[in-house]
Write a protein that binds this ligand. Structure first.
Ligand code: ADP
Length: 422
């Protein structure tokens, strides 16, 4: 007897239940899934095939439990329709073996049975059946149930695929992160080597600047002394030209002397001869700087004022030099007005910001950076100088962990700002 005989057909409703679920297939990949049909009766297999054909999936037929197990070795199935009563190996035995295998452990099994005893049902469920369908099978019911598993399988496949893609993405990202990490480490290594190299050549350069400026002083002194002797003994005796030449030599020697002194001072900023940083009262330091500038202050009738200044851990000799250079410049680059210089200090986040404001000629904003470079000057001989003063200031401030900059404009005076850690 055919498994489809006797029972009336249910009307097909594609808009609800599994029908609707099937329509959603559009969203899933177009891959067909496999359904395993197991029955020892060829006509039953043909009947099952006819019922399930409209699902448009791949139907694999097996006419025995053994054949079913063989198919299960090679393929993954969305569902297995398993006839319970078969010679050799019945459906229940076959199910037991299906469940033992890793690959088919979770494959849904629907038992097809003509006689359904409670014991059989219990055993079937125990072996992992997901459903029982009693023969004669109602085509609609079978189709709906299988359709659910088809969709489930396709969703699972999609999920697995997404999972694989996700893992690939994660692996790629980890690989990229690893590459970035390695690149960073390489860069850090290179920067470290470069820094070492730079620091070595800086040391050499400092050494050179120190030796050069120090050792050149000696022959310069000799030239200077003899030029002065020449001037003293032969002034007016060798003709007008000779007097001019001797004066040029003496001037040149003096300028060279100042230049070498400034170079020496510059190269010594970081070479402190072990003088430690210690609490330094900035008001005292300012006083010393003003004392050192006494002649120039008097000559220009300059007024130096200041707001309350803090005590900070610093190199007091260098801070004196810093104030002296900035105030000295404020007087040197004066306007026609009486030079007025005001020093302030303001506490910020972890640092003090000092300001040295003057009412001098001011600086064109385009030179604000440049004037801190070594030997950089904006003036000619009318205002003598070496162009080292601000370079020394910058080096002193940076050695203390601070920054220095200037603002103001031509005709409005200048304010030199610098920070020192609190
Ligand atoms: P120097 O005074 O020996 O030229 P500095 O390094 O002290 O060298 O200054 C560099 C240049 O910056 C100066 O030549 C001058 O043109 C400009 N300058 C420095 N301080 C001031 C100031 N307070 N007002 C206007 N110009 C200044």
């Amino acid at each position: 007897m055919s498994i489809l005989q006797l029972k009336p057909q249910l009307p097909m409703n594609t808009d609800s239940g599994t029908g609707a679920a099937l329509q959603k297939e559009d969203a899933l990949p177009e891959r067909r899934v496999k359904i395993l049909l197991v029955d020892d009766q060829p006509e039953n297999l043909t009947a099952l095939e006819a019922v399930l054909e409209s699902l448009d999936q791949e139907l694999v037929k097996a006419n025995s439990g053994l054949e079913a197990l063989r198919q299960l070795l090679e393929h993954d199935f969305a569902a297995i329709l398993l006839d319970v009563k078969m010679p050799d190996m019945d459906g229940l035995e076959c199910a037991a073996m299906i469940r033992q295998r890793e690959r088919s452990r979770d494959t849904p099994i629907i038992f097809l049975t003509a006689y359904r005893s409670d014991e059989q049902v219990y055993k079937g469920y125990y072996l992992g059946a997901v459903d029982y369908l009693q023969k004669p099978i109602v085509p609609e019911v079978l189709r709906s149930k299988v359709a659910v598993f088809v969709e489930l399988k396709r969703k699972n496949d999609l999920l697995r695929q997404k999972n694989i893609e996700l893992q690939q993405t994660i692996a790629e990202r980890l690989k990229a992160e690893d590459a970035v990490r390695r690149l960073n480490a390489e860069l850090e290594q290179r920067v470290m080597l470069r820094t070492q190299e730079l620091s070595r050549s800086n040391d050499e350069l400092r050494q050179f600047a120190y030796v050069a400026s120090h050792d050149l002083q000696e022959p310069l002194r000799t030239v200077g002394s003899y030029a002065q002797l020449l001037a003293k003994r032969y002034q007016g005796k060798l003709g007008e030209d000779a007097d001019d030449f001797i004066r040029y030599i003496v001037d040149g020697v003096y300028r060279m002397h100042v230049l070498l002194n400034d170079m020496l001072a510059y190269s010594r900023v970081t070479d402190t001869n072990g003088r430690p940083m210690a609490p330094a009262d900035c008001e005292m330091i300012l006083k010393t700087a003003i004392m050192n500038l006494e002649a120039s202050i008097k000559e220009n009738e300059a007024e130096i004022t200041h707001a309350p200044l803090p005590t900070l851990v610093a190199d007091d000799v260098q801070l004196t030099q810093l104030f002296q250079n900035l105030i000295g410049n404020g007087i040197k680059y004066r306007s026609t007005e009486t030079p007025k210089i005001h020093v302030t200090a303001q506490r910020g986040d972890g640092e003090w910001t000092f300001g040295v404001r003057d009412n001098g000629i001011g600086i064109d904003p385009k030179y604000r950076e440049r004037i801190f470079g070594i030997f950089k000057r904006l003036h000619g001989k009318e205002l003598p100088g070496t162009g080292m003063g601000l370079a020394i200031c910058k080096k002193i401030v940076e050695r203390h962990g601070g920054r220095i900059w200037v603002d103001g404009a031509p005709g409005e005076g200048s304010t030199f700002w610098f920070t020192l850690p609190a």
